[in-house]
Every structure is written in C-alpha cells, then in structure tokens.
Design a binder for this molecule. Sequence first.
Ligand SMILES: N[C@@H](CCC(=O)N[C@@H](CS)C(=O)NCC(=O)O)C(=O)O
Length: 261
Amino acid sequence: MKTKQSDQLRLFYHPSSSASMRVILYLRCRGVPREAVELVSTGIGTDHRGIVVFTMPEGDPVTEVLGTTDLTAFNPEGRVPILLFPDGRKLTQTGPIIEYLEATLNIPGGQSLLPEDPWATAEAKRIMWIVAADTQPYQNIPFIIQAMGEWGMVKAEPTKHPLREHYIRREFGAIELLLQSCAGRFAVGDNITLADCFLVPQIRNALLTDIDLDREFPILWSVWENMLAVPEVMLVLEEAGGVVQPAVFNPEKFQTYTKEK
Ligand SMILES: N[C@@H](CCC(=O)N[C@@H](CS)C(=O)NCC(=O)O)C(=O)O
C-alpha cells in the first residue's frame, strides 16, 4: 500500500529503542540538517498476551491511511526504526538505513562516519555487527518476558535477566579486547565513527543491568564517557529520556511472568 503523506523522509522510531538511537546518533553526529529527516515517535502498547509492542502513532496521517495502529501493518517485522520515503517506500534495518542516507543525502560539510582507511572501516563495521547481530537481539525485553512466560525460561527481573547479562559480558568482553588495538578517544581512533553510534545505545541499555561496566570493560567505558562529552550525543540521549534507557514493560504482566508456578 502506498502511504504518500509528506515530502520529507520520515524516521519512525521509539525513544526506548536502542536500534532507533543508532540512526539518530548518525544523523546528529554526521551533521545532517534536522529538516532532512523528520523524526516520528511511534506509540507503545501491549499485545493480546500483555507483551510490549510498538504501535503506529495515533493521529499520524500514515496511521489514518493504514486504518490501524498495528505496527505490523506498516512493517511486517513489527520493529523500529523504519524510514518512510515521500513516495511510500519503506526501509528497515539500521545498517541499510544509514548507508542509504549517507549515499543519497547531500550533506553539507562534515565528514563521513567511516574512516578513510579500509582496515579502520572494517574494524568499525566489525563492532557495529557485534552490536547489531550478536548483542542487541538478546537484550530485547519483550523477548525475555515472552521466553519466561511461554517457553519456561528461568524467571528474573527482565532488565537484569541472566540471558541479557550473559550476552552483554560475552560480547562487550570481545569488544573490549578489540578496542585494545583500535580505540583512541572513540571506538576506532580519535574521530566518532558508526561503531560509536552503535555502541552508545547498547551501553545505555546495559546500564539497566547489575553489571559494573566501568570495572569490567574499562576501555569501552572510556569510549562511552568520551561520547557523553559530545554535546550532540548528550542531546540525543536527553531527548530520548536520559542517559539510562527507559525500561518499558507492563509491570502487571511482569508480575505474572515472574511468579513461580
Ligand atoms: N536488526 C534491526 C533491529 C531492530 C529492533 O530489534 N528493534 C527493536 C527495538 S530496539 C524492536 O522494534 N523490537 C520490537 C519487537 O521485538 O517486537 C535493526 O538493525 O534495525
């Protein structure tokens, strides 16, 4: 279905979504003018099982055309972020969204967020992939809640669940070793790269756990602190609800899922 409603690119995102924040950090750190990509916050709700889902924003022209707030009518994966084009095309997946914007937006000044040196670029992309493919999928709170409630996974407070903490330790541990040879002020050298845009939301998410990130991953932590010192980065975090990612789940359902049967 075509959903032509605006002459602008529109990024459907949610402030609690770490994947969405990767793209927003790219936009701000790359110096893309705010008017080039309109940010549209989705809503949040619960499905028939009480599990948190993102929803189409109430009252948005696109929602009106779709006739439903069910996000899967807009993106069959039911995930954010989603880039909507003026002609109705939609693009999902943060890596391709960023690559497309970089290739097509005529960005005045600034520099690409990938280094000129191919090896350094490969190092940045390796960190991006570790975050996107090997870390974030295991951090998804709705998935943790569903696994506890429906598939017999050990019950624990979702944000501090052992599955989450295991994959944070495993993957951040690997990144820490990589950073020993590639980090400077930021993850790869002294300039912000896409690796930092992917790391920051993942670290922000990991702050919800009991892991002592500062002690266990000191280089990663220094990259995080150096990123927080960048005004554009801090603004993105503040606009998304603060330095620590807001946890969104239905506490009532959470009690049900964590109660021993
Ligand atoms: N690989 C995807 C990940 C997108 C993703 O998992 N987004 C999460 C929010 S951070 C989401 O929409 N989750 C909803 C769900 O799992 O139902 C990307 O890079 O865009």
